[in-house]
Design a protein around this ligand. Structure first.
Ligand code: ARG
Length: 719
């Protein structure tokens, strides 16, 4: 959660010496640590802040990415702790209606019982981050067309990634920061064999479900364990019986004493995306158009899946992971809009924008440097919004059906394969093929023809109501659609050529001619839509090429302007490793309402109705009733703390991040933000923004008292 670089420093202090006063906003890159070192120490950090800049040292070397979530090593035999909701896809993948691990939980009594995670699961450790701005953007001619610029940057990125990936285990990426003002090459060591070790029952791991999601007070045991495995020679390898647990260079010490109110806390993780430096036109697009629309569509989508896949059916298990994601996003949208109204987001953004524009306009140098670029950027953004209705709904009807999307990717692969590897589109190079086929395999446990068809029909109903330029002629033609009349799409599902993963894998080897000659309805549709899809991709590449020169100028202006105000600027989240620090504390999100920093075991008793999602395991209720706290009570609250609040600056992707104490020991896991914080993705408000963590004491209490996961407690050195 989070937003705009606000009072992070005192006036007149430069970048490198910014001394935060309110401080807690900011998702800092490891190389920015020197800028925040003094403030971190002031807040209570005991370990040397410099250590946090060294990715190969403790504790940063123990922080890993799961792709979309964060996790950390907690033993020298590859044990990884993350959120229950981050392992949810793997818990779901290993579940059926009869043997439902989502409900029952899972515990591997021995190493041999650990289960392969969903295909494509990865654990990766960032080992290096290098500034490559010069190599990516240096020497590109000013007058180059936007399309050529896009291609030049893309080609340089691909070349750099290819040179960097010296072996199977090394994965590299070039990430843009500040919209392309800077580029960094990140190198990650990637584990390919990931196994599920332990997940508590759903009534612990997802306690409170979507009712409590994004909300405080909270009592969710949102934690689970994976293990990283490597080949017998110690290097990353695909799943195999003979693989052995990975020995990480660093792992976190688990500190069973946890934290108290007011203590220093920090987190390192991989926040996905924030929009803290956006133009007002982009804010308006999101809040006045996109979010209300999405809220409606997602509500329908969720309802459609729920009725096509009734509770208790195998289809429901297949869609559990997608449903959790949709519900999470749906509620997020409500929080975004409500939060925006409450903080007056639009007027705050308007004020920021007016101030920036005025600062630029006040000086001839600044006018020359920034003004035209900002005006051009505004125009490109507005032009992009012209086709938003078509883009949004074509995105659903023309890409959501699982086998249509598979057919599109497979046909594209057959075409890309005719080019030399290095000239192929990212996603279709040799380096991408492992992930490509794993994605194909995953679909089997996440697809049901009836559900897929019903959802497609729901999207077609939306699409049918569109008119004129909001429709895609090629799509109408291929489906024989006009106006609001719905075509009969049952033929697509009668006997689809791509129904099984075996079939889809076999189609990875086919030629374009094979696709063009196929009479499978989904494959024919994919072929029929190809030209339109390419035209669309070209438009997006041209737009990206324009923004690649304009947005950096805008960000340069923001940074220069902020410097005059003594504010340090951190880049918007972009799925790269970041550090955030703050304090354990409650807050007052609304007039008359006070959040306490900790929830307790007794809170579970009080909330429990015996009905999903407030149906805590009977054994847990009995333990609480008996006051059996073991060694995990916090005297200040007279109970075992379940969840706690802090003012860490986080967003989606930070989930699973270890909450670390002043010595870098694990004291909890970050897993959510409060409802009032959601909107901080656009505009961080220090008053309302709070992150939610599961307390280490609750994790250990559940493991010891409820699930008796002794071997893991021993392995982590807490028993
Ligand atoms: N709000 C959490 C996040 O975005 C996800 C929580 C998942 N739980 C749920 N009930 N859907 O990271």
């Amino acid at each position: 959660m989070g937003n705009f670089g606000r009072n992070l420093g005192l006036a007149t202090l430069g970048f490198a010496f910014a001394m935060p006063v309110l401080a807690d906003e900011g998702m800092w890159t490891p190389d920015q640590v020197p800028q925040i070192a003094a403030a971190m120490k002031e807040k209570g950090l005991k370990l040397n802040p410099e250590a946090l800049s060294d990715l190969t040292a403790h504790p940063m070397g123990a922080i890993v990415s799961l792709g979309g979530c964060t996790a950390s090593f907690v033993s020298d035999t590859g044990l990884v702790v993350t959120n229950h909701h981050c392992a949810y896809g793997s818990i779901q993948y290993n579940s059926t209606a009869e043997k439902n691990l989502i409900v029952d939980g899972f515990y591997a009594e021995t190493l041999g019982d650990e289960l392969p995670a969903a295909p494509g699961s990865r654990v990766s450790v960032t080992t290096d981050v290098t500034d490559v701005t010069q190599q990516i953007t240096g020497g590109l001619a000013e007058e180059m067309s936007a399309r050529d610029r896009f291609q030049a940057i893309d080609d340089r990125r691909k070349k750099m990634v290819a040179d960097c990936e010296v072996d199977e285990a090394t994965r590299c990426a070039v990430s843009a920061f500040h919209g392309g003002l800077q580029y960094f090459l990140t190198t990650r060591m990637t584990i390919l064999d990931v196994r599920l070790v332990y997940a508590p029952a759903g009534a612990v791991g997802k306690y409170g479900g979507d009712i409590d999601n994004w909300q405080w007070p909270r009592h969710t045991g949102d934690f689970a364990f994976y293990r990283a495995y490597v080949g017998p020679d110690g290097t990353p390898a695909d799943f195999a019986e003979e693989n052995i647990p990975f020995v990480p260079k660093h792992h976190l010490a688990v500190q069973p004493q946890g934290l108290r109110n007011g203590d220093f806390v920090m987190a390192a993780g991989y926040p996905g995306r924030t929009s803290r430096y956006r133009r007002l036109s982009e804010v308006n697009h999101a809040f006045s158009w996109q979010y209300p629309l999405l809220e409606d569509v997602l509500g329908n989508w969720i309802g459609t899946i729920e009725s096509a896949a009734p509770t208790g059916s195998d289809a429901r298990v297949k869609y559990a992971s997608l449903l959790a994601g949709l519900n999470n996003f749906h509620k997020n949208l409500g929080g975004q809009m409500e939060g925006a109204r409450k903080v007056g987001l639009t007027s705050r953004k308007k004020a920021t924008e007016t101030a920036l524009d005025a600062w630029v306009a006040a000086d001839a140098d600044r006018i020359a440097k920034y003004q035209t670029s900002i005006a051009k950027m505004d125009a490109v953004i507005l032009a992009g919004q012209q086709t938003r209705v078509r883009d949004q709904f074509y995105g659903y009807v023309g890409a959501r059906p699982a086998l249509l999307s598979a057919a599109k990717r497979l046909y594209r692969l057959s075409l890309e394969k005719q080019k030399p590897n290095e000239a192929r589109e990212p996603g279709f190079q040799d380096r991408d093929m492992r992930g490509f086929s794993q994605r194909i395999q995953r679909t089997d446990r996440r697809y049901d023809a009836k559900v897929d068809q019903t959802v497609w029909e729901m999207f077609l109903t939306y699409y049918g109501s569109l008119e004129g330029a909001d429709r895609v002629a090629a799509f109408d033609m291929a489906l024989g659609m006009s106006g609001a009349d719905l075509p009969d799409v049952s033929g697509y599902y009668a006997n689809p050529a791509l129904a099984t993963s075996e079939a889809r894998l076999a189609w990875m080897e086919k030629t374009p001619a094979d696709f063009e000659a196929s009479d499978d309805p989904f494959i024919r549709l994919a072929v029929a839509l190809f030209d339109y899809d390419m035209e669309r991709e070209e438009t997006l590449k041209i737009r990206a090429g324009k923004l690649q020169t304009l947005r950096p100028k805008y960000m340069e202006a923001i940074i220069a302007y902020s410097q005059t105000q003594g504010k340090a600027i951190y880049p918007d989240a972009n799925s790269t490793l970041r550090i955030t620090y703050g304090t354990v504390l409650g807050g007052s999100p609304q007039d008359g309402l006070e959040y306490k920093p900790f929830t307790t075991l007794e809170g579970i008793l009080a909330k429990d109705t015996g009905l999903d999602p407030f149906d805590s395991p009977k054994a847990q209720l009995a333990l609480i009733e008996a006051g059996d706290y073991g060694k995990y009570a916090l005297d200040d609250i007279g109970s075992v703390p379940v969840n706690f609040l802090a003012d860490l600056d986080i967003t989606g992707g930070n989930s699973g991040s270890p909450a670390l104490n002043d010595k870098g020991e694990l004291v909890g896991l970050l897993f959510d933000g409060t409802y009032e914080s959601i909107n901080s993705d656009w505009d961080f408000d220090v008053k309302t923004t709070r992150s939610i963590q599961v307390d280490v004491r609750y994790m250990l209490w559940v493991m010891e008292k409820l699930d008796h996961t002794d071997r893991l407690l021993v392995e982590m050195g807490v028993k």
